[in-house]
Write a protein that binds this ligand. Structure first.
Ligand SMILES: *[C@@H]1O[C@H](CO)[C@@H](O)[C@H](O)[C@H]1NC(C)=O
Ligand SMILES: *[C@@H]1O[C@H](CO)[C@@H](O)[C@H](O)[C@H]1NC(C)=O
Ligand SMILES: *[C@@H]1O[C@H](CO)[C@@H](O)[C@H](O)[C@H]1NC(C)=O
Ligand SMILES: *[C@@H]1O[C@H](CO)[C@@H](O)[C@H](O)[C@H]1NC(C)=O
Ligand SMILES: *[C@@H]1O[C@H](CO)[C@@H](O)[C@H](O)[C@H]1NC(C)=O
Length: 237
């Protein structure tokens, strides 16, 4: 046959065109509804907990795969990561995945009455603040003259949940939160300018980076820079 290409053979296409009140998908769904409850198979579900884990780069995570099938034949966790089984019971299995170095998707599955049910999950990586680098510029300044505090936090992700706080002694000078859900590590930076006061020289400056991903089931991580002194001299000095 040459000429206009057809998507379907004539024999299949014609009956479809001839049933305007029942599109193909609906017919299939309807047939499935009619046939399946009668077949005596047990409906079951597969659950995974946590559903969207966040794991520290290079870290590990416990994952619970479970089902409400009353007598599952077997089950498991499909992943390319290293894993071990921590606990095993008929209706749930506890796994530990470790050395997670890239975000990846995996799948929990159970067999029940010779049918497989599964649930996929994505493991996202986070990079907690490790280094917090503080820089005062200049480090020696006249009263009333400006100076700058710069704080850099290299290789963090995601930026959402990160708060960088500049401190003079225990007093908060400035606090900044970040946005961004990107999972690739990047640098967060905060700068703050002020005029030097005499009492600045009697406190140390420091910078604190705090990552709060509690909504994603991760404990708060914080890290503090070395403290630095500002040398302030009076006009008569
Ligand atoms: C499993 O849970 C689903 C949804 O709640 C339910 O429809 C199904 O009947 C349950 N199966 C068993 C064996 O309890
Ligand atoms: C795993 O999940 C199942 C279902 O929620 C629960 O019954 C079981 O106690 C969990 N196991 C552990 C060790 O948390
Ligand atoms: C983790 O993975 C890295 C690179 O893939 C490998 O060099 C290292 O040996 C692994 N560590 C463990 C504890 O498996
Ligand atoms: C995993 O990382 C890649 C690139 O780094 C990104 O495109 C993808 O969306 C990430 N997947 C998840 C589940 O976050
Ligand atoms: C500031 O830090 C230095 C060393 O880091 C320390 O010796 C000094 O006591 C600190 N000063 C104050 C006021 O905390």
């Amino acid at each position: 046959m040459t000429g206009s290409p057809r998507l379907f053979p004539e024999s299949l296409w014609t009956p479809l065109k001839m049933s305007p009140f029942c599109c193909w998908g609906l017919c299939v769904a309807f047939l499935a509804l009619l046939c399946c409850p009668g077949s005596g198979e047990e409906a079951f579900e597969v659950h995974v907990s946590p559903e969207q884990p966040m794991v520290k780069h290079g870290g590990s995570q416990v994952i619970n795969c479970s089902t409400n099938c009353t007598k599952p034949e077997n089950g498991g966790l499909e992943t390319s990561l290293d894993k071990i089984v921590l606990q095993d019971s008929p209706q749930w299995k506890l796994f530990m995945i470790f050395n997670v170095s890239q975000n990846s998707s995996m799948r929990c599955f159970f067999w029940c009455s010779r049918k497989q049910g599964s649930k996929s999950l994505n493991v996202g990586l986070y990079y907690p603040p490790k280094q917090v680098l503080l820089k005062l510029q200049p480090t020696r300044v006249a009263v009333g003259s400006p100076f700058t505090i710069e704080c850099r936090v290299p290789s963090v992700a995601p930026l959402e949940g990160l708060t960088v706080t500049l401190l003079r002694g225990s007093e908060v000078l400035h606090s900044q939160t970040f946005e961004g859900t990107a999972l690739s590590p990047q640098e967060a930076m905060v700068t703050y300018s002020a005029e030097a006061q005499l009492e600045d020289s009697s406190h140390n400056f420091s910078c604190q980076a705090k990552m709060d991903l509690r909504t994603r089931g991760v404990k708060v991580v914080d890290s503090v820079s070395d403290s630095q002194a500002l040398e302030v001299f009076g006009c008569d000095a």
